[in-house]
Design a protein around this ligand. Structure first.
Ligand code: 57R
Ligand code: CO
Length: 379
C-alpha cells in the first residue's frame, strides 16, 4: 500500500471539541448533553417494609406511569436538576455582601434562562427566586425599585426553581457571611437530610414531620452569650409537586403531626425544612412579590379589558407556574392583581430579630429506588 494511501488512511477525524461552560455559565445544557441523557441524582434504597406493596398500589402506579413515558420524565427533571446545580454553584461563588437583592436575582435568573434554554412553557424558571433574609423565611423576592443591599450579618435563603416541560425542580440553601449562625444552618441541613432519608413509598407524612423535628430541635445556637433553641417552623412545610403545579396538595410538615396521608410511588416531593431562633411560627408581612394562578379556579367573569389582557398574559407566560412582579414587568404588564383568579403569597416572617434558615431537595419516588434528584457536591 503506497505511502500516500497509508497517510490518507491514518488521517484522524478531527476530535469534536468538548463544549465547556464559561464563567458565568451561559451554554444551554442540550449543547453539552447532546445525547439527551442527564446525570442521575443520589440514589437511596427504600426501607425494607416496602415488600407488601405488591397490593393495589402497584396497580395505581402502573396506571400513573402508563400515562407518561418514565424515561422522558426522568430526563426532564434531571436536566432541570443539572441546571440548578450549575446556577447555584456560580451563585454561591458570586453572591457577596454589598450586592443588591435585584442584582442577585438577575444573576441567578439569567443563568437559569440560558442553561435551561428558556422556551415559553416548554422550559424555563420554575418559580420566583426566593431571596428571603433573616427573620423572613420564604416568599420574598425583590420587586422593581427594591433597593435592599445584602449585609455581612444577613442570613440569606436562596430558593431556586427550574422547570422542563412542567417538571419543576425545587431546591434551596442558606448562605451566611459570618459564623454567628453556623449552627442554625447546620441544624436545618441535618433536618432536611433526615426528612429526605425518612421519605419513601407508603410512608405517612406525619412520621416524617416527627423525625424532622427531632433532628432540628436537637440543636441550639449561642448568639452574644445567649443560647437559643432551634425550632422547626410549625406552619411551613415541604410539598408534593405536580406537573406545572409547585404545591401538589400534600404538605410535609416540619413538626410531629397525625397526618396519616401516605407518600405514593411515582410522586415528586420537595422536602424542605425551616429552622428558627424565634417563635417557630411565621405570619404574612411586607410587600407581596409572589403570585400564582389558582389551580381550577371558579370562572370569574372579567369586565375590565385591562384585566382580560392581564389574565391572557399570565396564562401565556406562566400558566399555573408561580411568578413575581418582575417577570410581569418583563412581559410589559403593569398590574398584578386578579382577585379569585390569582393567589398572592406575601413574605412569611418569624419574630423581629429572630433568624431563620432553609434547605430543600426534590426527591422522586421511583418504583425501585428513591432518587434525590437535586443532590450536589455542595448540599
Ligand atoms: O416552598 C407563588 C410560590 N410552597 C413558590 C413556592 O410552606 C411555593 O406555606 C408556593 O410562589 C408558591 C407552606 N406550607 C403550608 C401549606 C403549611 C411554604 C414553604 C415554602 C415554599 C416556598 C412553599 C410553601 N408552600 N408552598 C411552594
Ligand atoms: Co418548595
Amino acid at each position: 500500500m503506497g505511502e500516500a494511501a497509508k497517510r490518507k488512511k491514518k488521517k484522524k477525524k478531527p476530535k469534536k471539541k468538548k463544549v465547556e461552560q464559561g464563567v458565568p455559565p451561559r451554554t444551554g445544557l442540550s449543547k453539552i448533553f447532546t445525547d439527551g441523557i442527564y446525570p442521575e441524582g443520589e440514589i437511596q434504597e427504600y426501607k425494607d417494609d416496602n415488600n407488601w406493596r405488591t397490593t393495589s398500589e402497584e396497580m395505581r402506579y402502573n396506571e400513573r406511569m402508563v400515562l407518561e413515558d418514565p424515561e422522558l420524565t426522568y430526563q426532564n427533571i434531571r436536566r432541570a436538576a443539572e441546571v440548578h446545580r450549575l446556577v447555584r454553584k456560580h451563585a454561591r461563588k458570586t453572591i457577596r455582601p454589598g450586592m443588591s437583592m435585584t442584582e442577585i436575582a438577575n444573576l441567578i435568573e439569567d443563568g437559569t434562562r440560558a442553561l435551561v434554554e428558556e422556551e415559553g412553557l416548554e422550559s424555563g424558571i420554575g418559580f420566583p427566586t426566593g431571596l428571603s433574609l433573616n427573620n423572613c423565611a420564604a416568599h420574598y423576592t425583590p420587586n422593581a425599585g427594591d433597593t435592599v443591599v445584602l449585609q455581612k450579618e444577613d442570613v440569606l435563603k436562596v430558593d431556586i426553581g427550574v422547570h422542563v416541560k412542567g417538571r419543576i425542580l425545587d431546591s434551596a440553601f442558606t448562605l451566611n457571611f459570618e459564623p454567628t449562625y453556623d449552627t442554625l444552618i447546620e441544624a436545618v441541613k441535618a433536618a432536611t437530610d433526615t426528612g429526605v432519608r425518612e421519605s419513601g413509598i407508603d410512608v405517612r407524612l406525619g412520621e416524617i414531620g416527627a423525625a424532622i423535628q427531632e433532628t432540628m430541635e436537637s440543636y441550639e445556637v449561642e448568639v452574644g452569650g445567649k443560647v437559643y433553641p432551634v425550632k422547626s417552623i410549625e406552619n411551613l412545610s415541604g410539598h408534593s409537586i405536580n406537573l406545572y403545579q409547585i404545591h401538589g396538595g400534600k404538605s410535609v410538615l416540619l413538626v410531629k403531626n397525625d397526618d396519616q396521608t401516605k407518600m405514593e410511588e411515582g410522586e415528586y416531593f420537595a422536602i424542605e425544612t425551616f429552622g428558627s431562633t424565634g417563635r417557630g411560627r411565621v405570619i404574612e408581612s411586607g410587600d407581596c412579590s409572589h403570585y400564582a394562578k389558582i389551580i381550577d379556579a371558579p370562572h370569574v367573569p372579567l369586565r375590565l379589558q385591562s384585566a382580560k389582557t392581564l389574565l391572557k398574559s399570565i396564562t401565556k407566560n406562566f400558566g399555573t407556574l408561580p411568578f413575581c412582579r418582575r417577570y410581569l414587568d418583563r412581559a410589559g404588564e403593569t398590574k398584578y392583581l386578579l382577585a379569585g383568579i390569582v393567589q398572592d403569597y406575601p413574605p412569611l416572617v418569624d419574630t423581629k430579630g429572630s433568624m431563620t434558615a432553609q434547605f430543600e431537595h426534590t426527591i422522586l419516588l421511583r418504583p425501585t429506588v428513591k432518587e434525590v434528584v437535586s443532590r450536589g457536591d455542595d448540599y
